[in-house]
Design a protein around this ligand. Structure first.
Ligand code: URA
Length: 328
């Protein structure tokens, strides 16, 4: 395509391009990559090379999409030597991306790779933020949901294809309906209703970090409707009462929690499900910590990377739980 004269001051004025965005302007999802590669410069379409194959294949698996996505790049011309685009080019090109955002008004933006994530959302590093869902992000003045995702090009390096499920699960989040974040504290009273919301419940205990004798100080329960309840360990009767009414206990590495609960004299549900073991069977090559697994399935970043201030903000907003309640 031809370039507008205003592009003459851009360092990529003489580079192959521009490669314009591709898709319906009615698209609900805007995918933003870094810059076209050699194949994209040749075909004139974004993500048509090896990375594109991974991205488009993953998007298909993450579907069904509300409307086909619109695919574009931070920078529209092919950088020399396939390098990361220069800052000057990103700045010069941002007005075109801004126009695409204004035209499409996507409800979700997928930031593909480190560069779109750092320059549009000001978050680094990508390994920390991928999979996080920012519900009211400001992307060049457009308010929308933003989701950082690994760049498929990274998967083309030896041994990295094992990360593919993370791209699929992150793209899937862009397809989910947007749920109001309105939070009704009166829901919390539901915990005292005679019927449990579900007979399957997640059980998690907190213990002191002492190597020789770890002491249990808290027990938490989570139900399938996203309600959670957490007790100080001194409320033995309430804890046993709840345990008695659960048919299936869901643990992350229950071998530990069950042993401690039994040591403390509790009777635990006979049927168990272990998320760590389950994750071993579906994604054997990925890490199996709760931190990592939840970044795959929930809308949160890996919280062990969060600063203290960020953690308390996460708690305050209470994004993931419909209600949470700590009666004691
Ligand atoms: N990588 C990108 O970031 N964009 C493309 O269009 C192709 C490869």
């Amino acid at each position: 395509g031809s370039k507008p004269p205003s592009c003459q001051t851009c360092p990529y004025w003489l580079r192959p391009g521009p490669v314009s965005g591709e898709g319906e302007t009615s698209a609900k999802i805007l995918y933003i990559g870094e810059a076209p590669g050699q194949q994209e410069a040749a075909s004139g379409k974004p993500f048509t090379g090896p990375s594109g194959k991974i991205l488009r294949g993953s998007a298909k698996r993450a579907g069904p999409t509300p409307a086909a996505g619109f695919i574009t790049n931070l920078v529209k011309c092919h950088p020399p030597k396939n390098d990361n685009p220069q800052l000057e080019a990103i700045q010069a090109c941002s007005k075109f991306l801004g126009q695409e955002l204004q035209l499409i008004k996507p409800h979700s933006v997928v930031l593909i790779g480190a560069l779109p994530t750092s320059s549009l959302l000001h978050k680094t590093p990508i390994t920390k933020w991928r999979g996080s869902v920012f519900n009211d992000a400001n992307i060049l003045g457009h308010t929308c949901r933003a989701i950082p995702c690994l760049h498929p090009a990274g998967l083309l390096h030896k041994g990295q294809m094992k990360l593919l499920p993370l791209i699929v699960s992150d793209l899937r989040k862009a397809n989910e309906p947007i749920i109001s974040q309105d939070f009704d504290w009166s829901d919390a009273e539901g915990f005292f209703a005679p019927e449990l919301p579900s007979r399957t419940a997640a059980i998690d205990i907190e213990t002191t970090a002492d190597k020789t004798f770890s002491e249990m100080f808290r027990v938490g329960f989570g139900f399938s409707d996203r309600r959670t309840v957490s007790y100080d360990a001194k409320h033995r009767e309430q804890i046993q009462n709840l345990l008695d009414r659960i048919d299936v206990g869901v643990y992350q590495n229950g071998a530990f929690d069950i042993r401690i609960l039994q040591r403390e004299g509790y009777k635990v549900p006979k049927k168990i499900f272990d998320t760590m073991l389950a994750h071993h069977t579906i994604n054997s090559e990925l890490p199996h910590s709760l931190d990592s697994i939840s970044s795959e399935y929930l809308h949160i970043q890996q919280w062990k990377h969060l600063s203290k201030a960020e953690r308390s903000e996460e708690r305050r907003v209470g994004k993931e739980c419909r209600s949470r309640w700590s009666p004691y």
